[in-house]
Design a protein around this ligand. Structure first.
Ligand code: SDX
Length: 435
């Protein structure tokens, strides 16, 4: 291993491919850990063929130093640090610094970073007019997509992506303002007045007070719940090139401003196959209702024609237990104990559903395990968040991952506008019918 860049001292031998009798050699590149990649950038020029990989199951779209997942081992590293160690030993804001800058902050760096983020938590007062333009029953993710995109209209002084300082200010603004916007979306949905940020509170406690405080009485943050939510934010902060992160990268590759790119990421995260799964998983557990109905739903999940899937189960990369789900389950028990709901019937259904599924050959053969979304819904509901807010909370946490990946892409000399090709299966050329 080469000391200074973490790459192997000797590159692997090239891959050899024969297409229509033509032999080509393709460079094979190694990272510091994980699978090698076959560089197919010249494939079309050399063979006249494209690669074909819908869903990008075997396709790397970038080189990145931020996050690494070993799906077989069930390992997740942020800048090399295991997720379970970060969740146990540090704060979400320190993890934001780590993801953005590559190293854990010194005490002085953390104090400075916290002050910077704190001073960006307010949004332009006129943004409240966007909120009041929505229906009260608008889904919070609809509000988030629209309002975050609108940040581009207010913060012109940090939209020049070629200016290093503007990129940094935009990154800080995104991390700082997402909790404020998410809290405003929640308050608007319940008809409460918006609660301003408080600079005397830490990042996650401030978010909780913006959600749950009312002007009529002081709000006391429950330290157990605040620590639990902070840990949940750490678990959701980044996850390699997942669908929403890839969306942010692709939007950013055209030179779009970071606020617009994050709005695109929020839109993608909303899908039930992705970040919307936490809301869908809780709705599923509520629909199952009792332990005796679990076998009926297991059977439905195994029946392709049903179109039903166990929400919160399965993952494109993890073919072993999602390490975040383990920490989430532990946090779930802590929160339920803290709020006096340790006998929550939904937790009983979730634990029994997991036990049965993990013994069932269908799930074992397809390597389907609970993912981060399986226990998060029960936990967030116990904290007082409505189901409709679950994915918005995921977006608050994932913003730092989107921004760190966007910044890495902008600063990557290899980056170009993303423009995939296709396998065309439509009509060959044909003329417009004569009169
Ligand atoms: C997140 O990418 C990320 O990193 C995402 C994420 C992040 O932090 O950014 O980790 C967050 O999105 C977690 C995933 C949340 N989604 C869900 O919980 C929704 C339910 N899960 C699935 O829809 C599915 O497992 C996916 C979308 C998560 C993964 O889909 P893949 O990798 O494309 O797998 P697949 O759809 O090809 O499924 C493989 C097989 C299929 O059966 P066969 O066609 O091979 O016979 O497994 C089956 C599927 O039918 N299957 C399931 C299942 N998930 C997959 N069967 C029942 N229940 C499920 N949940």
């Amino acid at each position: 291993m080469d000391a200074h860049n973490g790459k192997p001292a000797t590159e692997p031998p090239p891959a050899r491919l024969t297409v229509d009798g033509k032999h080509v050699e393709l460079e094979v590149r190694s990272g510091s850990i994980g699978p090698n990649v076959i560089d197919v950038g010249q494939l079309y020029k050399d063979t006249g063929c494209f690669t074909y990989d819908p869903g990008f199951t075997s396709t790397a779209n970038c080189a990145s130093k931020i996050t690494f997942i070993d799906g077989d081992k069930g390992e997740l590293l942020y800048r090399g640090y295991p997720i379970e160690q970060l969740a146990e030993n540090t704060s979400f804001l320190a993890v934001c610094y780590l993801l953005l800058y590559g190293e854990l902050p010194t005490n002085a760096e953390f104090i400075n970073f916290r002050r910077t983020i704190t001073n960006h938590t307010m949004v332009h007062e006129q943004m409240t007019r966007f909120l009041t333009g929505y229906r009260r029953d608008a889904h919070p993710m609809a509000v988030m997509v629209g309002t975050v995109g609108a940040l581009s209209a207010f913060y012109h002084d940090s939209t020049d992506i070629n200016d290093t300082r503007q990129r940094e200010i935009a990154s800080h603004r995104m991390i700082a303002k997402m909790p404020t916007i998410a809290a405003m979306a929640y308050k608007y949905s319940v008809g409460h007045p918006f609660i301003y940020p408080r600079n005397d509170l830490d990042y996650t406690s401030n978010f909780m007070q913006m959600c749950f405080a009312v002007p009529c009485e002081p709000y006391i943050v429950n330290p157990v719940l605040s620590r639990a939510l902070d840990r949940i934010f750490i678990l959701h902060a980044d996850h390699e090139q997942n669908a929403s992160t890839s969306t942010v990268r692709l939007a950013g590759s055209s030179g779009a401003n970071p606020f617009a790119c994050v709005a695109a990421g929020i839109a993608c995260l909303w899908g039930p196959a992705h970040g919307g799964a936490n809301e869908a998983a809780l709705n599923m557990l509520q629909e199952i209702g009792t332990v005796d109905r679990i076998p009926e739903y297991i059977a439905k999940a195994k029946d392709k024609s049903s179109g039903f899937r166990l929400m919160g189960f399965g993952h494109r990369v993890y073919k072993n237990y999602d390490p975040r789900a383990k920490v989430m389950q532990k946090t779930c028990h802590e929160v339920l104990d803290a709020v006096g709901s340790k006998h929550d019937p939904l937790l009983k259904v979730a634990l029994e559903l997991e036990r049965i599924a993990l013994q069932d050959d269908y799930f074992i053969d397809k390597k389907l395990y609970p993912n981060i979304d399986f226990y998060s819904g029960i936990t967030l509901r116990a904290m007082g968040f409505p189901v409709s807010m679950f994915t918005a909370l995921f977006a608050v946490a994932r913003t730092v991952g989107w921004i760190a990946q966007w910044k890495e892409m902008i600063e990557d000399p290899e980056q170009r506008i993303g423009r995939p090709r296709q396998l065309y299966i439509g009509h060959p050329r044909r003329d417009f019918p004569a009169e």
